[in-house]
Design a protein around this ligand. Sequence first.
Ligand code: FAD
Ligand code: NAD
Length: 467
Amino acid sequence: MQYDVIVIGSGPGGYVAAIRCAQLGLKTACIEKYPTLGGTCLNVGCIPSKALLDSSEHYHNAAHTFATHGIKLKDLKVDMPQMINRKNEVVAQTTGGITYLFKKNKVTSYQGLGSFVDKNTIKIKKADGSEETITGKNVIVATGSKPSSLPFIPVDKKRIITSTEALNLTEIPKHLILIGGGVIGLELGSVYARLGAKVSVIEFMDSIIPTMDKQLGKELQKSLSKIGMEFYLGHKVTGASVKGKEVTVNFDSPKGEKLELKGDYCLVAVGRVAYTDGLGLENIGIKVEDRGKKITVDSHLETIVKGVYAIGDVITGAMLAHKAEDEGTFVAETIAGQKPHINYNLIPGVVYTWPEVASVGYTEEQLKEKGVKYKTGSFPFKASGRARASMDTDGFVKVLADTTTDEILGMHMIGPRAADMIAEGVVAMEYRASAEDISRMSHAHPTYTEAIREACLAATANRAIHI
Ligand code: FAD
Ligand code: NAD
């Protein structure tokens, strides 16, 4: 079969690229090695983790806040198999949705491992061992990433696990030890902490979520400590071992003391690496960077081989589903002769703990490093009527604006529904709004979004009304 475009990988990068190519009239095929479409995000990432975060949040609220709301419950219990079943149903519905969208848009779907024979020819090795070859004028590599590990940590996927296994546990751990206080560790750690597990986080850097604005990490640590999570910051893991059902993790304190923790599960969440195994990149002369195996692309997301593009986790940049999606659209439109654009500085980052954490634009640390003069405006959720009504008063919104022009340069928030609210920051910054612009726009009362307006008022000559 001859196609205009062959996409390898059906994650949020690949499936969006395939659908957009088909919408633009290009004859498109998508190859996926797993039986279901949707990649890491839909199968073992964003969607299942959010399903478990929602379930565990319901349980936590029922156990800890319902009584204050005047709701009494008897015999509250977690039904772990049912929680996992519901998560699996959400995944099945969502991956099935991509199958439907491929049919609707006339994207031809192939199941098997795709590899380059030459730059226009892709061999598909199927599960039954048979092979098929297809050709394409353009190829988009969207093969994503896999969990990274540490050479001295034996991940057995039973007791020392990655995020994939952590989404399928059949029991609530008694003591879950997390290596890495980044996004995966904190999201999945909070799932099990809410369900009653003791959760210990060992993080190499001196704060959790260390790449986000520093104030967010500090505030999140306070909130997660309230649900019983404990933190060893600036500590270095040196080894781990399993004996029966017990895991021992060894680590060094900042002063060099030798410490150890014993638990029943250890989740290794120290980042992800690009996935290019079995892709045959060597057959077309593409070398991957040794560290993280990322494929190098130019500003059109084209590799050194003309007509071969790469997008999503397999190339440089944030490993986020919406970044991969935007790149999928970008490449499809580029192939179709359009001139698309991605503003990488305005891709928001979100952590789906409770309170949620969300950021867009520059952090204070980045602005200081760049020597940009900026002013800040903050508003705490404890001063929000909406947040008091829902008992979600942890956190704040912080706006960073240029001292001279008042243009918003960064928005950082931790609090209820921050994941949804950050969209206002993205829109404001895409249109290069000033803090005063936002502070003069009506925000419905009572909503959490009023905190954004108040933070903008605070940045505009300390005009906040409610603090
Ligand atoms: P992937 O989604 O990894 O898809 C790549 C696909 O390519 C896979 O299906 C793979 O099987 C297939 N493939 C690989 N090689 C071949 C081959 N040779 N032939 C055929 N098929 C191949 N991001 C967010 O933005 N929000 C979140 O809330 C979020 N939560 C996450 C939670 C967890 C637990 C994890 C692990 C990740 C999460 N992410 C989240 C990150 C997000 O999942 C990734 O950034 C995103 O999936 C990257 O998309 P992609 O298309 O580049 O690759
Ligand atoms: P991460 O980069 O977010 O966090 C890894 C953490 O591990 C870092 O804080 C790092 O300092 C720490 N670390 C590294 N080596 C260590 C060591 N030896 N000992 C102790 N700590 C160590 O990576 P992740 O949490 O594994 O997530 C992987 C990717 O998946 C991220 O890039 C993220 O963007 C994506 N993801 C996104 C979401 C979301 O958008 N909500 C959710 C989950 C995953």
